[in-house]
Design a protein around this ligand. Structure first.
Ligand SMILES: [Zn+2]
Length: 311
């Protein structure tokens, strides 16, 4: 497999208050893991910054303006947008670079420059609803990537698989009544953002939620994947698979208690690659979402990327 990774030093410049789990050290930790010789075959590229217009692929213009108004002019200032979501001076550029990396990743798999791509960006995006920044997220990067694939390459069916331990309420909100996008999510429930029940299926049955209880562990996670996520993917036959790759279901993570291990992310990646091989010409684009224990994140993201490289 040809695997690319998008990164950019600007990703370290979205700042949150001291003690906030979504912090620049997350990417520093992943970077150290990527120094291992296993990753020497990875094509590492600098993520480009998207134009502001890209945001409107998944959000009304008003949401873009609302976020822009929250960005402080002073270097030292950090503005609180809502409960736990913040903006610092460079946050708009940083979020646009996460979007630019995701769009470039879609370009790469659609034009055959890579089989699959991982975007090591921040802030995460899957909690951002059409008109609301929340849960550390300003814009819904994975939704924008899906729309980009449809708009530029005419991709008919995009599947988004979200294994972040929190429900991807924003992605669900954006694609609720869109039968061209399948959204599958495994997540701990009850847990922030308190959505993601099985009964939430979208207007066309293309939302597939697989909630897991506290302490679910590897077996229940894999069972949910096998019984809900994989059958939905086979029925849908996607032309492109996007992954909202959060690693906060890892047992070390301080924000949740599903208690997965690194091998679970390797396993889930392998299953999605089988689906991509069958239906989508191997095309997989994976975007970093959550993952707040530095060691747990480095271990599980490393195993995920290794699997992408090996096939
Ligand atoms: Zn999360």
């Amino acid at each position: 497999m040809t695997t690319r990774l998008y990164e950019n030093p600007i990703f370290l410049e979205h700042r949150t208050p001291p003690g906030h789990p979504e912090r620049p050290d997350r990417l520093r930790s992943l970077n150290i893991a990527l120094e291992h010789p296993n990753f020497s075959g990875l094509e590492r590229k600098e993520a480009p910054q998207a134009n502001e217009d890209a945001v409107t692929l998944a959000h009304p213009e008003e949401h873009l303006f609302a976020v822009m108004r929250e960005v402080p002019e002073e270097d030292e200032r950090i503005n609180q947008i809502e409960a736990d979501t913040y903006a610092s001076q460079k946050s708009l550029q940083v979020a646009l670079t996460a979007i630019g990396g995701a769009m470039a990743a879609v370009d790469d798999v659609m034009t055959g420059k890579a089989d699959n791509v991982f975007v090591a960006g921040r802030p995460p995006g899957h909690h951002a609803e059409k008109t609301r920044a929340m849960g550390f997220c300003l814009f819904n990067t994975v939704a924008i990537a899906a729309r980009h694939a449809q708009k530029v390459y005419g991709v008919e069916r995009v599947a988004i698989v979200d294994w972040d331990v929190h429900h991807g309420n924003g992605t669900q909100d954006i694609f609720w009544d869109d039968p061209s996008v399948l959204f599958c999510s495994t997540h701990q429930m009850p847990l922030y953002p308190w959505t993601g029940k099985k009964e939430e299926a979208g207007a066309h049955g293309t939302i597939v939620n697989a909630p897991l209880s506290e302490n679910a562990g590897s077996d229940h996670f894999r069972e949910a994947f096998k019984s809900r996520v994989l059958p939905a993917l086979h029925d849908f036959a996607p032309d492109l698979i996007l992954i909202s790759a959060g690693f906060d279901a890892h047992h070390r993570d301080p924000l949740a208690q599903i208690n997965l291990v690194g091998e679970d992310f390797d396993w889930a990646t392998g299953r999605l690659m089988e689906v991509a091989d069958r239906f989508a010409g191997n095309r997989v684009v994976s975007l970093l979402e959550g993952g707040y224990d530095l060691e747990g994140l480095a271990e599980s993201a490393g195993m995920h990327i290794s699997r992408l490289m090996k096939g």
